[in-house]
Design a protein around this ligand. Structure first.
Ligand code: ATP
Ligand code: MG
Ligand code: MG
Length: 385
């Protein structure tokens, strides 16, 4: 291990990249980051010449590849053409495969791929006729409300628009003006669940526990681990997530977002080919974090099944995202909160809804965790000053 001389290049240097760097360095695996100067991941890694530029820029990706043995991503919105070229030329290994990143980065192609492999997702159609009549036709098929979504470059709900009625059709077309769109049937979910799945180089998969995610205005706010649902649903969610990741290519960790329907059935919302916000809790709550699991998977190091479970039978965790201008107030209070760990990302301006950090709170029961975290949620919501 101490002799590991491999270098991993990471496309993207945000908070996920930053936490990947921490995990890699504990294993003596070097990391080089491609992103803007002083991005969060670069701030904690001064050992290597990083590449300044964009993960969607072929020349910058080429420069990164020249420094590395393996390329990986902390964001899916990267140029996959150049990744394919570099891998086919034998310049660098790409994990997970560029094929996986390419199919996932177009949310409609992703849904089509999952459906073809027998994995249940929300019924979706590409928007070929981008006119009010085209959208109204979809409204007649799907009924209202339905979701209009950007096929590419979407995150934190940017790129999603709820079409509430036929009257709301013109406003929907005005809200989403750039890039190709697709429509998705409305899913009347009772809860949102997520599972982190690790895919090893041999194609085998292991999963972390099923967690419950709570979104506010399309942005993940809270994660409860384990999910507050029965064991049967937890097990079914893990099986569905493993099946979904099983039909992709290459190694790494995957964040699988799911809907739990009123009849107890499950449907995939979307998959991220990288560490995910819903897996932050694994740093404190599991023997091996999602970040270390990703590094181990892409470098073909062992990852025994017990390393991805909760550390003890009584481990319960709640993760609270620190969003926007109030993040330091909440972080400060968390320093005095029993069981809480504070993570700050080293980002610049705390614009509204920007992810500035997170808190993971551990407790011996979920009731205790809920009790301990409530004052921090009240602070985040501005209920208390
Ligand atoms: P992320 O930041 O996770 O990449 P995103 O911008 O890709 O998010 P989605 O995951 O597509 O957006 O949707 C964001 C949220 O909107 C979901 O977590 C869910 O709460 C809601 N949502 C999405 N699709 C539907 C749907 N078809 N029906 C009902 N609600 C939906
Ligand atoms: Mg998404
Ligand atoms: Mg999502």
């Amino acid at each position: 291990m101490e002799k590991d001389s491999r270098t991993v290049g990471i496309l993207g240097g945000g908070q996920l990249g930053r936490m990947l760097v921490e995990a890699a360095h504990r294993l003596n695996i070097k990391t080089v980051i491609l992103d803007a100067p002083n991005s969060p991941a670069k701030q904690i890694n001064a050992l290597h010449p990083h590449v300044d530029g964009s993960f969607s820029e072929p020349a910058a990706i080429r420069k990164l590849a020249a420094e590395c043995d393996i390329l990986t991503v902390e964001i899916e919105h990267v140029d996959t053409q150049i990744l394919q070229e570099l891998e086919e030329a034998g310049t660098v290994e790409v994990q997970p495969s560029w094929k996986t990143i390419r199919v996932i980065q177009d949310k409609y192609l992703q849904k089509e791929h999952l459906t073809q492999h027998g994995v249940s997702t929300a019924p979706s159609v590409p928007l070929t006729d981008r006119t009010p009549a085209g959208l109204e036709y979809i409204g007649q098929q799907f009924s209202y409300p339905f979701m209009l979504k950007a096929r590419t470059l979407a995150y934190d709900g940017r790129g999603n628009h709820v079409v509430a009625s036929a009257e709301a059709v013109p406003a929907a077309l005005e809200a989403l003006t750039s890039g190709a769109l697709y429509a998705e049937k409305w899913v009347p979910f009772v809860k949102e669940l997520a599972v982190m799945v690790v895919r090893k180089k041999d194609g085998s998969v292991v999963s972390y526990p099923t967690v419950e995610t709570v979104h506010e205005e399309n942005i993940c706010k809270l994660v409860y681990a384990p999910a507050r649902v029965g064991q049967k649903v937890q097990d079914a969610a893990r099986r569905l997530a493993e099946k979904a990741v099983g039909c992709l290519w290459g190694a790494g960790v995957f964040g699988v977002e799911m809907f739990l329907l009123p009849d107890g059935s499950l449907m995939i919302n979307e998959i991220a080919p990288r560490p995910h916000n819903s897996g932050h809790y694994t740093i404190e709550a599991c023997p091996t974090s999602q970040y270390e699991a990703h590094i181990r998977a892409i470098t073909d190091l062992p990852l025994p099944a017990h390393s991805t479970g909760l550390s003890t039978p009584s481990t319960n965790a709640i993760m609270l995202n620190l969003l926007g201008p109030r993040y330091l107030t909440v972080a400060h209070a968390a320093l005095s909160t029993k069981g809480a760990t504070v993570h700050l990302y080293g980002k610049g301006a705390a614009k509204p809804a920007r992810k500035m950090g997170h808190i993971t709170l551990l407790a011996g029961s979920m009731a205790e965790a809920v009790y301990q975290i409530q004052p921090l949620i009240d602070l985040a919501d501005g209920v208390t000053p």
